[in-house]
Design a binder for this molecule. Structure first.
Ligand code: NDP
Length: 263
């Protein structure tokens, strides 16, 4: 990583930051000088704030269910009380389940849509209320390869992630004249807890794959760059989108997937 310090004094909120991609994004912004707010569903998010403080940055951790409007509004109020502003908000919390259509429950559908789509909207809405008062800000939403191309056994997840593009484009048009940019990123195969579940659940339904076999097959056959991605790969794109170099970019959805999807 280059030794950039693009976010000195900036306040960056990362939702879904207790592990995986969100944690990687939070650490990258911290290494570039930002004050960080990490939030997630469970108490383990506090350890990420501890980790960031050891880098010398100010960090706040808040347990917040992104599907709960009151908790989301309280989160951004606490950020303003602590740091006085929100420069960047990254809507990254996400969940997935994998099931055949005859087995998928209504609860699975509702939960995936609530976290991945409604959660993105609620966080954008609460962050935007702060940013509109400031007259500036940057919202970055988490899509997926399934924002582009729905994959088997995950109609709810594909719908939820295609919805993220709709939210991003609509808000980008509304908020651009008021100083706020809104973009999205689409990770491909990124090695996290979510991917371990995907590998195992898709592996069982698509054939008799052992843990780790499916990911290796897909990396070999589907990814031109022939490797899975890391949270750091994703963080490189997200920090660019939040930086001044991306100052003329809004309403865009960008893949970070080693060439898996080229549309
Ligand atoms: P992980 O499962 O490793 O982490 C998910 C994060 O979301 C955790 O911090 C979790 O918090 C948080 N979260 C889940 N539900 C809620 C909720 N209701 N409220 C607040 N936080 C919540 O996933 P990844 O890091 O792999 O994925 C991050 C994002 O990237 C997701 O949106 C995912 O859909 C997307 N993505 C990932 C891909 C991959 O290959 N890994 C591919 C494409 C997209 P807690 O620990 O407290 O449960």
């Amino acid at each position: 990583m280059e030794n950039l310090q693009r976010f000195q004094g900036k306040v960056v909120v990362v939702n879904g930051a207790s592990r995986g991609i969100g944690r990687g994004i939070a650490l990258r912004f911290a290494k570039e000088g930002a004050h960080i707010v990490v939030s997630a569903n469970e108490d383990r998010v506090h350890s990420v704030a501890e980790e960031i403080r050891t880098l010398g940055n100010q960090a706040l951790s808040i347990v917040c269910d992104v599907t709960n409007k009151k908790e989301v509004e309280a989160l951004y109020q606490q950020v303003v009380q602590t740091f006085g502003k929100v420069d960047v908000s990254i809507q990254n919390a996400g969940v997935i389940t994998i099931a055949k259509i005859e087995d998928m429950t209504e609860e699975e559908w509702d939960k995936v849509m609530a976290v991945n789509t409604k959660g993105v909207f609620l966080c954008c809405q609460a962050a935007a209320k702060v940013m509109l008062q400031q007259g500036y800000g940057c919202l970055i939403n988490t899509g997926s390869g399934q924002s582009r191309d729905g994959f088997i056994y995950t109609p709810h997840y594909a719908a939820s992630k295609m919805g993220v593009i709709g939210i991003t484009q609509s808000l980008a048009k509304e908020l651009a004249p008021r100083g706020i940019r809104v973009n999205a990123f689409c990770p491909g195969i990124i090695e996290t807890d979510m991917w371990l579940y995907n590998d195992s659940a898709w592996g069982k339904l698509l054939g008799n794959y052992q843990q780790g076999e499916l990911i290796h097959e897909w990396v070999d056959t589907k990814i031109p760059m022939k490797r899975a991605g890391s949270p750091e790969d994703v963080a490189g794109l997200v920090t660019f989108l939040a930086s001044e170099d991306a100052g003329y970019i809004t309403g865009q959805t960008i893949n970070v997937d080693g060439g898996l999807i080229m549309s």
